[in-house]
Design a protein around this ligand. Structure first.
Ligand SMILES: Cc1ncc(COP(=O)(O)O)c(C=O)c1O
Length: 475
């Protein structure tokens, strides 16, 4: 198999040793790029992968043949690309091609960053805050974070126990890499945020997935946790309020979990609290590190993306005992250095908005709550679906499994969450994320970070698309 194209004004031919390799193209700027994703690479055992060579031959009129080894690290091959990002990109491409897709796949608030925060960013540029900051973040923002953690979470940290990162995602990745040794186990309750298992794999650790059930509001059963802890267990990752379920762990349950964690000296907890402020009363947030004996065992992660509608600013942070936080900072110093100086100034302004983000955040939370109520009511009216009412975040994780196995004319069988999402995109033009991406194939995730009229249109489309399945669904 060979491809011919123009490269640097010469014609190039690329030969593939294996048909299953992705299509390759060469830009005119002498760079190679792959048009396909990693999953199209042939599956190979780890042993084979260690010595794997995948070569291509590049020919040009002026150059002699050049052999290029295009193999990738086995560690990278073990990692799956983010499905939420892939589906969001696919839906965006459809919209750009003129298809009126309603995008409810992304985990991104539809609000603009509050003006005071945005202005702080603009001022940062105008005032010349455009240089590298200390690797762990400016003292100014770390002090503001310490103040927030004390006031809102009852947690005592000093600035040297904080690292500010390019989004909370980087905090979690660096923490997993910092504490896990090859072969360590990372315990992750399912449904989980798509990135946790892949972060464990990137650290050569093994994700251990603990299922939960919709009838128990997707909350981890402490007995199950206890039964799965081994001497290899290094990390437990908790996320409350949860992406994708919106579940909020009540304090008593966290206390039970803490008692189990305390019995196992090797076990640390990453507490991902990024949706902390998006919570619906009477639910309340408890920081895991505030529980008895848990401060020394917990790495608390939080960020600005969700509550402050600052996804594009890429700003998050991690707090914990100095020993671990210094290790996280060491990794950061070699990966990216500190986050953007401009975003940090904006982050200080965000933390200055007042308790829990003040009025700017509570206005957004009020809108999220209205949307949640609308969606819960609307989907409860559909036969055969099960819902656990979310107490926080901006997702609804709905059990549609009673529709699996049904045939749709012109589409085929709805096999699972993946094919149901494809069906709803095809027939209803609504982009949603299959539960399989989050480790629970019975459900699909709807993000309600979209306006009420958009959600109303989506519900209408989904209901219409389900009609041909409904009569057959409830046998
Ligand atoms: C549970 C959870 N944690 C962390 C993140 C990372 O957020 P960011 O890197 O934008 O701060 C996300 C984003 O979707 C999330 O849903």
């Amino acid at each position: 198999m060979a491809n011919t194209f123009l490269h640097n004004n010469t014609t190039c031919t690329i030969s593939f040793p294996d048909k299953s390799l992705p299509a390759i193209s060469v830009s005119r700027h002498r760079s190679l790029s792959f048009s396909s994703n990693l999953s199209t690479f042939p599956k190979m055992s780890t042993a084979v992968e260690q010595n794997r060579r995948e070569t291509i031959i590049v020919k040009s009129k002026s150059d002699s043949e050049l052999e290029v080894d295009i193999s990738l690290s086995p560690r990278v091959n073990a990692v799956k690309p983010s499905r939420t990002v892939a589906i969001t990109d696919q839906a965006t491409a459809l919209v750009q091609a003129g298809v009126p897709v309603i995008r409810l796949a992304a985990g991104e608030p539809d609000f603009d960053t509050p003006a005071v925060i945005a202005e702080a960013g603009v001022n940062a540029i105008c005032e010349g805050h455009t240089r590298y900051t200390p690797n762990a973040g400016t003292l100014e923002i770390r002090q503001a974070i310490c103040h927030k953690l004390k006031e809102e979470n009852g947690l005592d940290y000093t600035p040297d126990q904080i690292v500010v990162t390019n989004g909370a995602k980087q905090s979690i990745t660096q923490a997993v890499i910092a504490v896990c040794s090859p072969g360590d186990e990372v315990i992750i309750p399912a449904p989980f945020w798509v990135s946790y298992p892949e972060m464990a794999r990137l650290a050569d650790a093994t994700p251990v997935i603990l299922p939960t059930s919709i009838s128990n509001n997707f909350l981890l059963d402490p007995k199950l946790l206890e039964s799965k802890i081994t001497e290899k267990s290094r990390l437990l990752i908790l996320c409350s309020p949860s992406n994708p379920t919106g579940s909020v762990y009540p304090k008593y349950l966290l206390e039970e979990i803490a008692k189990i964690v305390a019995k196992h000296p090797r076990l640390l907890v990453i507490s991902d609290e990024i949706y902390e402020h998006i919570i619906y009363a009477p639910a309340t947030h408890t920081s895991f590190a505030s529980l008895p004996r848990m401060w020394n065992r917990t790495l608390t992660v939080n960020g600005f993306s969700k509550a402050f509608a600052m996804t594009g600013w890429r700003l998050g942070y991690i707090a914990g005992p100095k020993h671990f936080i210094a290790a996280v900072g060491k990794i950061q110093s070699q990966f990216t250095s500190g986050p953007s100086s401009i975003s940090q100034k904006a982050g200080v302004a965000a933390l200055g908005l007042g308790y829990a983000g003040g009025e700017a955040v509570s206005t957004m939370v009020k809108a999220f709550r209205e949307r949640r109520d609308y969606l819960v009511k609307s989907f409860s009216e559909i036969d055969g679906v099960k819902i656990s009412e979310p107490q926080g975040a901006f997702y609804l994780f709905i059990d549609f499994s009673s529709y699996y196995g049904k045939e749709a004319e012109g589409f085929g069988k709805i096999e699972n969450s993946e094919s149901l999402c494809r069906y709803l995109l095809d027939k209803g033009q609504v982009a949603l994320v299959p539960g399989s991406a989050f480790g629970d194939d019975t459900c699909i995730r709807i993000s309600y970070a979209a306006s009420l009229p958009t959600l109303q249109a989506a519900v209408e489309n989904i209901k219409k698309a389900l009609i041909p399945l409904t009569s057959a669904a409830l046998v």
